[in-house]
Design a protein around this ligand. Sequence first.
Ligand code: SAM
Length: 242
Amino acid sequence: YFVEGPVPANGEVQLSGDDARHITKVMRGAPGDRIIIVMEEKAYEAAVESVSPEVTAILQTEITAQVELPVKVTIACGLPKGDKLELITQKATELGMHALLPIEAERSIVKWDASKAEKKTGRLRKIAKEAAEQSHRTHVPHIHTPCSFQALLEHIPSFDAVIVAYEDEARSSDRTRFADTVKRLYDKDSILMVFGPEGGFSEAEVSRLRSAGALFTSLGPRILRAETAPLYALSAFSYEYE
Ligand code: SAM
């Protein structure tokens, strides 16, 4: 369970709302049960002390095993149709994504107005939190509200490297293997990986990303669906850095 810090000196932590309901109703929790609590990106074993009406637990030992990827991979993807972003959020969180930045790309078919963006982002944040709990992560990926392509370019300087998964690179006979790209990123702390929407990138977007210094890569010779491509990339990072 993710609980807001700071870590109390006496180790006594209160859980309320959905977390308390999950412990009492779904897990049928009782005093003495062990749970895992994450505060300030550190995981602790904790013992449930009381369950009614809120749950009180006492932090015990810190769990020092590292579950996060050593590189922080932010996924920027063109807004896809339907509920694909929900699938990307859930699965990419399981695979170690650091943050998600949806982009209103030129070929994104859907556009979100402000109220839809707020509602959808709230839902995606809930999905990310639940997936992070399920995967025993110590970091819940931050889900940004969708931004324009221009705003994406403005984010670039804050990353150590920017990689664009580009379909035309996949079609090229001398394509860069993604495995080689991943190996070259070993010493980086933060990476932005950019993916197009279903219709791919427009030529203008490609040239603006090139001018911004992004590195273009293939993800293998097969063209993947917009929701598969980020999951393939994160699986490769997980495989390489396990
Ligand atoms: N409509 C495009 C086409 O026919 O070439 C395909 C776009 S693909 C469905 C969506 C996005 O996934 C692409 O813009 C790219 O970022 C990524 N992608 C999919 N397969 C890829 C591959 N084999 N190599 C690199 N990127 C890929």
